[in-house]
Design a protein around this ligand. Structure first.
Ligand code: ADP
Ligand code: ZN
Length: 707
């Protein structure tokens, strides 16, 4: 056997990802190795594959006792003999496992660092009796005082390295700044280690930061875009956890709390229900997640700012380990940085206080930055990038913000004229010169009365909300909130600076295009859920969401095609194959989906669904377009960004409501295509650079993707 066959037969994957193969080669050749990889990149494969190929035992040192059982279950489920030793087991259980280790039945043994040196029969003694082939140190950043998660017991591992000079050590971590990196090699006393540093980018995660006013409203907006998805909502305090969980339950969400103040049993049960997909949302203090390995977490929300970028990166990293699109949202308020600052002051070690304070400052900068969030994160971890990501709130808003200075000035001065004593609804009545009896007579003589009558009520509402969102207006009072200007607004009025606002709707959504059959996916998930009940394992141990999505894309109807699906190895194909194939076949029958005759390629097997209907907003754009308005004019009319209108039109072409040829002639399409074929990627930028003003982005996009 070689690494590739182990990967295919046991894990069901066709290819190694990123640095996995080089790391495995380095380890197999006996070298000490350090692997820095982001969460979800697949660190465990780097020692699990060698474990199956090396003659002796692979020891995995991990601080996360709670995770061990899941990891071992997952390994056993694919036929890899693994076990763990920790304090939760009885001594007879521990003896039994030790015996199996000595007789070579167990290839992978998980232990916590403190177990190595302490306790009655230490792991050290056990190791004297076996051949140790490899030691994997997981979460290796815990060895460094410069890190955010220092654990003194890790320091002893240096001693351990010396004792077992023949076995290579593999240190793995998902988070480490430069100082911590150097520290890992030194403190673990690694012998001229090979370094493998992967990109820390998590391209499937969308990052968003918003101000924490109306937090709960914003949270429910956000959640309404994730129906049925699993996710974590983090709060700073226990009370925050309790309140948020309660409010979510009141809105009908399947949400449960998790914090240290809860009864241990309750806490564990809640965690378990979340892991088993029995509830969708867990509301937790940051302690939650250290011990879970759930791969289908679709969103992570921070109701409060974390203490440092490392923690933020690690906590958000719990989203989307299966590689599918996931979203993270952080609520930021200035108050949090003060609270956290105080918490740090109360820490014991003064050297540590300084380190932590600097880290907090960087976290605040992250929240306040007007730069691409992903670039900020990557640069924080020492990675230089050339381009903005296009997949974070800052990037979304960039091209989408419009100059709203004049309208903003109208609204701000109306608020001032009304002595900051009224709510948004009333301000709008005045601006639009309403005849309603609700408007006091005195206000009908104000200079601002009726100055905004050209614009719709919806327009002013959007503007008002954006002014609040962007920190120009503040609402106070519970029952009848009234609007006040912030210092920022006064400043802007004085300097007559531009006020740019995102006037687009639904800023909390990202359109995702997935080609899978949603109905089938639902059925497959149901099957997975009942199998997970039957075998008493978490659903993701059976198959990840990513694997089910692939099944719902390629409709495997026999064992062979099933094994082509990523994540289906020999053992799982054997154990669950028939069940899943049956559901696929049944579904195809019920929905009249023809079975492919010959063995098709994956692409050919892919099915297309009927074209979607345009959204209401797209239809409105279509109406303007049919009246002959230009994109710019439509954008103005609708108070929306140019880019938004362009994307409406693109979708309308895709959905066949507008013909390609109404945007471009055949010759023009041919010209664009001919040049595009000389280019490597699919990016539009090089095309735009080449053609200049001759074609718009919309035309280039339509010609290359739809014509
Ligand atoms: P990490 O420990 O780095 O967070 P894991 O080892 O838990 O990541 O792996 C994350 C997910 O990616 C798991 O579901 C794992 O099975 C999957 N995975 C790992 N390697 C590959 C690969 N080469 N191809 C496809 N999926 C992989
Ligand atoms: Zn970005």
């Amino acid at each position: 056997m070689n690494p590739r066959t182990v990967l295919k037969d046991f894990f069901g994957y066709d290819h190694f990802r990123g640095n996995q193969e080089s790391i495995i080669t380095s380890v197999m050749s006996g070298k000490d190795t350090i692997a820095l990889m982001p969460t979800g990149a697949g660190k465990s494969v780097c020692y699990q594959v060698p474990a199956m190929l090396l003659p002796g035992l692979t020891l995995v040192i991990s601080p996360l006792i709670a995770l061990m059982k899941d990891q071992v279950d997952a390994l056993n489920a694919i036929g890899i003999p693994a076990a763990f030793l920790n304090s939760t087991q009885s001594s007879s259980e521990q003896r039994f496992i030790s015996e199996e280790v000595v007789t070579g039945k167990i290839k992978l043994l998980y232990v916590a660092p403190e177990r190595i040196f302490s306790g009655g029969n230490t792991v050290l003694e056990l190791l004297e009796r076996v051949t140790l082939s490899l030691v994997a140190v997981d979460e290796a950043h815990c060895v460094s005082q410069w890190g955010h998660d220092f654990r003194p017991e890790y320091l002893k591992l240096g001693k351990f390295r010396k004792k077992f000079e023949d076995a290579p050590f593999l240190a793995l971590t998902a988070t480490a700044d430069t100082l911590t990196r150097k520290d890992i090699a030194e403190k673990l006393e690694l012998l001229s280690p090979e370094w493998f540093i992967s990109s820390f980018d998590r391209p499937n995660i969308t990052y968003r930061v918003v101000l924490r006013n109306d937090a709960f409203q914003k949270l429910s907006d956000f959640l309404s875009h994730h129906p049925g998805d699993s996710g974590i909502v983090y709060c700073l305090s226990r009370k925050g956890v309790e309140d948020t969980a309660e409010k979510l339950q009141a809105q009908g969400y399947q949400a449960l709390p998790y914090h240290a103040g809860l009864d241990k049993d309750v806490r564990q049960r809640n965690q378990e229900q979340f892991i088993k997909d029995e509830i969708k949302i867990i509301v937790a203090t940051v302690a939650f997640g250290m011990g879970i390995d759930k791969s289908n977490v679709r969103f992570v929300v921070h109701m409060n700012m974390p203490q440092n970028v490392e923690s933020y990166y690690q906590e958000t990293g719990r989203a989307g380990r299966d590689g599918l699109p996931s979203e993270v949202l952080l609520f930021y308020s200035f108050g949090d940085s003060i609270t956290l600052g105080r918490m740090i002051e109360n820490a014991e070690n003064p050297a540590h206080i300084e380190v932590m304070k600097k880290k907090l400052d960087r976290m605040v900068t992250f929240c306040q930055t007007q730069r691409c969030r992903r670039r900020f994160l990557l640069e924080y971890f020492g990675e230089q990038t050339k381009e903005d990501c296009g997949n974070c709130d800052v990037c979304f808003q960039k091209g989408n913000k419009l100059d709203m200075t004049i309208f903003s000035q109208m609204m701000l001065s109306a608020v001032v004229r009304l002595k900051e004593a009224f709510g948004l609804g009333y301000v709008i009545l005045v601006l639009r010169g309403s005849q309603s009896a609700k408007v006091q007579d005195a206000h009908k003589t104000l200079p601002v009365y009726g100055i905004g009558k050209d614009r719709s009520e919806a327009f002013w509402k959007k503007l008002g909300n954006q002014l609040v969102q962007e920190g120009y207006l503040e609402a106070s009072g519970q029952e009848y909130p009234t609007l006040q200007l912030t210092p920022l607004a006064w400043e802007k009025l004085k300097t007559k600076d531009k006020i740019m606002l995102a006037m687009e709707e639904g800023t909390l959504t990202t359109p995702t295009h997935q080609d899978h059959d949603k109905g089938l996916l639902e059925k497959l998930k149901n099957l997975r859920f009942s199998l997970s009940r039957k075998f008493n394992v978490p659903p993701y141990i059976i198959f990840s969401d990513a694997t089910l999505v692939e099944m719902a894309t390629y409709y495997p109807t026999d064992r062979n095609t099933l094994k082509q699906i990523n994540g289906v190895g020999e053992m799982k194909a054997e154990k669950y194959g028939n069940d899943f194939i049956r559901v696929v076949k049944q579904y195809m029958l019920e929905h009249d989906i023809p079975t492919p005759s010959a063995k098709p390629t994956r692409a050919a097997q892919k099915r297309t669904t009927a074209p979607e209907k345009p959204s209401e907003s797209e239809l409105e754009t279509l109406a303007w377009y049919q009246k002959g308005l230009s994109v710019t004019r439509i954008a103005e009319e609708r108070g929306m960004a140019f880019g938004t209108i362009e994307s409406h039109l693109f979708n309308l072409v895709e959905k066949k409501f507008i013909a390609c040829n109404s945007l471009l002639t055949d010759d023009e399409i041919a010209e664009i295509k001919a040049f595009s074929e000389t280019q490597d990627g699919k990016l539009l930028r090089p095309l735009k650079d080449h053609f200049g003003e001759k074609y718009t982005y919309l035309q280039l996009k339509v010609a290359t993707r739809l014509a």
